[in-house]
Every structure is written in structure tokens, then in C-alpha cells.
Design a protein around this ligand. Sequence first.
Ligand code: ZN
Length: 430
Amino acid sequence: MSKLAILAQRAGAGRVAAVFAMMVIGVVAAFGFAPGTTTEPDMTTRLVVRDLALPALTQAQTGAAYWREARIERGDTLGSVLARLEVSDAAAQQFLRTDQGARPLYQLMPGKSVRVETDDDGRLLSLRYLAQGGTMLSVERRADGFVAASAPPGYGVRTEVRAGEIRSSMFGAADAVGLPDAVTMQLVEVFSGDIDFYHDLRRGDRFAVVYEMRDVDGSPAGAGKLIAAEFVNKSVVYRAFLWRGADGSEAYYSQDGKNLRKAFLRSPVEFTRITSGFSLARFHPFLKTWRAHKGVDFAAPTGTPVRAAADGKVVVAGKQNGYGNVVILQHTGANSTVYAHLSRFAAGTKPGARVAQGTVIGYVGQTGWATGPHLHYEFRINNVQRNPMTIALPDAPPLAAADRPAYLAGIAPLAEALALGQVVTIAAGE
Ligand SMILES: [Zn+2]
């Protein structure tokens, strides 16, 4: 291990543990660099992985609190389990037996574990129980009594941080650091209002992501939500953080609270594994030809999905001379978008149909006057073509002012985790 890597590790271990203890009830279980990454000729990125198991025993080993764990055996009752855990607390027993919120505990599943935190006198402070289906029950002692809460499966179960650098393609870089495809797609999606992943990607672009990995019944059950991400594109730093509103809504905002969802996507061509390296191999200098061309060409293999750039209504879905198979969408504010040379239309793309942003409306082809498979895309304002790459596109509403303090406090540790991921990446590249 190089000196720089050791420094990064030493600086990181303590800090990141603190970071994540705040975010989930977890703690760092592993911090390591992937073996053999330096032998890959096309890859200078090192892997940063932290597995954060939930619930953690180390959360509150301060003062007089103790965590204990007991496995539920066949024939166990709540009383026998609590006795094994050395919980001596009649009020707690009464609460756990009768409170509706503690319901997941009514059915004790043999083989599952109950974890409790007690004080010196055996009074219950907290309890964790991963119930059938992955629901996490948490019980906490408060000044005015106990409270029970259940988190749905997949919520904050395990969090990982990964960072990579783009050498040949987005997916190549993602694969090199073991980022699941589902997370790569979310990463691309979240920045798709700012970055056109077809034209804008450059060798040396970097990313760091914090994401959830779902565990159901203690086994990995696939990648979950992207929680935070940083993408450095052509030296410009973009950041995104997931905000879960009290009403259950979810949206991504920049570090200063700007909504990352844009009224129009930068690229209507779906970014896929097959096409992810395409822009690097065949960059289209669309700006030079803009005046004569009045559209943007996205070179992509036939059959690549084409998405509605914004919410709108289908006004044309048919054949038109040079355009070949073409879809025209009408949006608010006299804006319309044109998608030409399609090989075919998506089911449901019919005149009069309403489409939401991101809906697949057709597939790349070379119908009409096209020399090769590509999407010809136009952005029109009052039926006059405008360059979608240079006009300012409106933002979605920012974070509510009332939510701002909680948001800023919540993202601070995440921003630190992202920065650490990037620091390690840079150190390893030298
Ligand atoms: Zn064109």
C-alpha cells in the first residue's frame, strides 16, 4: 500500500465512522482498497468500500449503556428472550407486549435476533429487531416513555461509498469499482439535467457515490437508492443529495438546495451500457454545424430508447419526408421537441397521448434522410428551432425554505464522505 493510501486511510477511518454513525445506526465494518487495481492498465482508480451493518452494537458504548444480542429459539417468549438479554424492566415489557408500534415483535421468528441496549440496572434504553420481510423495528426510551418505529425494508439498511474515474466509458469505470448498474443508472439520471452523458463525458471525469444496499433477512437483496453523488465533469463539480420529505416525497437537490430535476433533459437518448462509450469514440461537434443544421444529432445504435425530454403531449407520431419516423411533443410555454429518424415508435406514442419526462417514446434508427443510425433532436420555441445545448432551461422549484436547515445538517456528513472518496481517488492516481 502506498504512503498516500495509508494517509488517506488513517485520515479517513475515524472521520467516516463518525460520518455514518450519524446517518445510519451503523459503523464502519470494513475499509479497504481492492486488491490488484493498480495492475489494470486502463484504470488508476482505487476502490473505497465501506460496509455498514445494521443494527450496530457499537453505536452507544458510552457511559453505562450496554448492547446485547439474543437469537430467538423455538418456544421462546418475549419474556424468556428479555431474560436472556438481562433486561429487568417491567415497564418495558408492558410496552413491548401491548403497544401497536411494537407489533413486529409479537411474532418471534426463530433464528432472528433481538438487540437491546440497557443501563447498569437492566433498564431498557433501545431495542432493534429485524422482522420478517426486512422491516426494522426500533424502540427507544424517551423522557416521557417508550416510542416504537418501524422502517420499511431497504431503508438505510447498509450504505456503501464508491469512487471512480472515467478512462474509457461510464460503465467501464463503474465496473472497475464494482458499482451496481442500478446505481450507475441513478447516478446518470440524477445529473441528466446538467450533464449530457453522450457528449460531455471526458477521460479523467470522476465520480463518488453513497448508496444503499438492501439487506433482507440479513442477505444482500440488491442495490437501493442513491443517497448522495458527486460528478466532476470537465473540472466542474456537480453534487446531488437525496431529500426525503416528511410527506414521503423524494427529490435530489444540489448542495445549496437547488432542485436537480430540470424541466428538460439534456439528452433524450437513453444512456445504456451498450452506448456508454459511444460519445468518446465518436464525438459530434454539433455546435459547429448548428446554424445550418438546426438540430442536435445523437449517434447511437439502432434500437436505443429515446425519451421524452419533458412532460408534454404527442402532436405528431408518424412519417415525414426527411425526418422519417418522427415524434413531435408539445410542452408548456410554446416549447416543442422533435425526435427524428426513429426505427419505430414506443407502444402508446400516439397523437394526443400525454407523456411524462423520461418516458420512452421511440427507438433510434435511420429512417428518412439519415446516413447512419442516430437521433435528430430539435428544440423549438414558437416553432422556431433553438439550440437546446445553449439555451437556459428552467429549473424545478428549489427546496422549501423551512426544510433548509434540516437538509444542510443532513448532507454535511454525506458531502464529507463524497470528498473523502475523491481524495482517495486522486491519491491513488499519482
Ligand atoms: Zn440531425
